[in-house]
Write a protein that binds this ligand. Sequence first.
Ligand code: FES
Length: 577
Amino acid sequence: MTPSMSHRFRTTLRGIGVRQVRLVCGIILFSYLLSHFLNHALGNISLEALAAGVGYHLVFWQFLPVAVLFYAAVLTHGGLGVWALYQRRQFSRTTLEPLQLLLGLSIPALIFSHIAGVRIGHVLYGHEKLYPQVLYSYWAGPSWRIWLMSAALLTSWTHGCIGLHFWLRLKPFYRRAAPWLLACAVLIPALALLGFYRGGRDVVSASATPQWRAENLSVRQMGVPSEQASLELIMNGFLIGYLGLLGAALVARGVRALNERRGGMVTLSYNNGRIIRVPKGLSVLEASQRNNVPHASTCGGRARCSTCRIRVIGDPGGLPAPSPREAFVLAQVGVEDPSIRLACQLRPTHDLSFFQLFMPNLTPGERGGQRSGIGQERYLVSLFVDMRGSTSLAEKRLPFDVVFIVNRFLGAVSQAVLSHGGQPNQFVGDGMLALFGLAVDPQMACRQAIEAAQAIATNIAELNSVLSHDLQDPIGFGIGIHGGEVIVGEIGYRDHMVFTALGDAVNVASRLQDMTKTLGCQVIISADVYARAGLAAGMLPQHEVEIRGRAEPMRVRTAMDAVELARQTRPGEGDVA
Ligand code: FES
């Protein structure tokens, strides 16, 4: 494994937390549900179609490695659900989270009789219950069993859909795909229930014939009454054990709350003058939510977005150390300052004063709520340009002159960015951040950014020749380019919201731009962007540079000027070295 691969591997490992494990297990379980429900839907065609479908379903899900993965996911996801019941101190009242947890915790109780009848009966007594036997036991038995199964089906599906919504809502394609996903989310369980009904009616009418009963309701398939009684005992035992487990989690919550009250309260002071007192053990975000203090939290406290960031006033030395997940997220957004923490992860043990770094958007619907506008996670290329020598320019000229020259500079840069598909995003003094990839794929975004850098250099050369009679020295500049997953969305306060990108890739691009001064070049492109753009290998010189906040050095390509950049960047095989 190369050093950069092992670095990436370690970085990925550091980013794995309980939520990531829960998500992966949830996806496995949702895939099972999807396959099972599509199978149910075949009941709308015929009993033969149901039988054929279950054959494929079982071949896949009973394949040993898949079965092991599936049962591990069942146990892990279920265990994490009970853990969440104990561990979450406060749920956001404006989101679906409490409903999702309630539905998730109901599933084992609703589904266990089905599992006991089909799987445990098979393992203990060799019962062979497929659709004919299962449908018969529902539709020829007491009607509450039909309602119970329908409730289990809808509960598990709704729980899974809410989980998928939380996972996907930050993805760029989600807004476009949402209507289609919603249609599937409604259609699939509706078809599954209809198939369950149609299949059940077909089985009941077929069971009127002695031959069908002899073929489908034999002792080998259905078992004997004593075996059924044992299965019911197991089922009741499970139900009592499970409810006891939930009760124990609730009692543990109560005990913890009492201990926390005895252990003392902490005072949290916000920058707007608000002061609240909460028991120790709550995260700062949970404390805000409990006391209706607006607090930005785009990901809902899942340690994914960093919008809940706070800057602690005073000595941050007494704070609990960041968890690996918190440290990972802070590193991703380039935070090195120990006084900046994630409010959703920090559980203060002492009084705390802090600033919220992102103010929530207080629209009427969210007043008293917690979330600012939802952002999107996506791959973007950031290009930072900064004008050189503007300070000495300002010393020697009238302010109007300086503004004129800086505006000409930013105009030339913006024109180059726009003509290559980028978007000028932020103007900071005499510098600019441009974003590429808002409407194109990553490879095209990388190419556009590099071509825009060439065009910027050309435009500035022209500007220098136009202003040559008026400038002692030509205008200089530095460009840094890097790409990666960032959060894009609106940030700011009330009427002062701006669309921008936040993330490690943006910070790195800015640092590469700074580095052009020390490396004595005009353009620095991260090797990753250069490789993605599919440019011919080995053309621009490569360096390894240290980036503040990154454990490993980073490979970059440098160009002394536009001529070298234009000459050495031509479409090729792609440099993946
Ligand atoms: S709320 Fe998203 S990281 Fe804290």
